[in-house]
Write a protein that binds this ligand. Sequence first.
Ligand code: ADP
Ligand code: NA
Length: 366
Amino acid sequence: SRPKVIFSGIQPTGIPHLGNYLGALRNWVDLQNASLSTSDELYFSIVGYHAITMPQQPARLRTERSDMMATLLAIGLDPHRCTIFHQDQVPEHTELAWILNCITSMGKLNRMTTWKSKLATAKNVSDTTDVDDKDLSLGLFAYPVLQAADILLYRATHVPVGEDQIQHLELSRDLADAYNRRFEKRFFPLPKHIITPTKRVLSLRDPKSKMSKSAPDANSRVLITDTPREVERKVKKAVTDAERSLRYDPVERAGVSNLLSILAALRPPTQGNTGEGEGEGEAKQDAQLWADRLNAEIEATGASSGQLLKATLTEAVVETLRPIQEELERLRKDPGYLHQMEQLGRDKAQTVARRTMSQVRKSVGL
Ligand code: ADP
Ligand code: NA
């Protein structure tokens, strides 16, 4: 089959939490490893231009941009195998976004659910937000068009996204199609999504909502830089229940089920599994397999279900994070290397971006 061109991006907004890691970043590493025997091309972008669509602090953004680059390398992305780069170092992103803006209707953007929910939050002038709806920027409104430009600039064929981003990817397909009809037949492939196998990781403190970097309670999320003591403390505070045994039941036992699925995602209970076709069904099965295994131990030792689950999870989290944190530590001591990798990524991305834009300009008549 034809080689895939895979594109994905992440905002440089803070240290990633377990949800970001299991829901997005770890899948990037899996895609990279799966591509070792193919000639697929992979682009992973730190999308600084997206990060400025909401009010932000320049000094903080600067730090978070380079922290995110260090994080992507530390989790195991190989800058020689993938193109790992800062979107904001490749100005062609904004140029293509402008051209796409000119073939995007306002009506279509108005219907984007992310925009609608930001608008609703801002309109609902509560104390949880300092943004009034009149302050929401044109940049935020056009965010999905910039996202389309990110993808199309590399003529990507596949985009790993979470469910929440499917509508935006549809816009990218629409815009690719509109461009192709208007300016050049079949120039942009219509990008398809790759659904990431990992389910939503929920808040440790309120397992009705997803783990999120913006939730006020910092104990609701584990950051990939948390020390073993911090991990232990947060996991101890996680919501569970008083039942004697464990069962995967996300409706009735959301807290326990969330911890079981995180555990199963970090440590698949079925060793020797090829990892092929790992889907929602298997994830549930894995979580229940962990419950069975821990229940046997509860039977044998009389341990408390909550305590045993939490101790087991803490160990799995700490063990997963240890090599990542060691690598992060090493990278932070070597800004020269980091800078070199940023330039490598930028140069690789820009070579392709320039090629696309020179063709686009010609086709558009510029
Ligand atoms: P946050 O929601 O914490 O602000 P982002 O929106 O920046 O995080 O998300 C970055 C990536 O991480 C996206 O691909 C998103 O789908 C994924 N992601 C974020 N939170 C979770 C979660 N709780 N569970 C699974 N994936 C998540
Ligand atoms: Na978000």
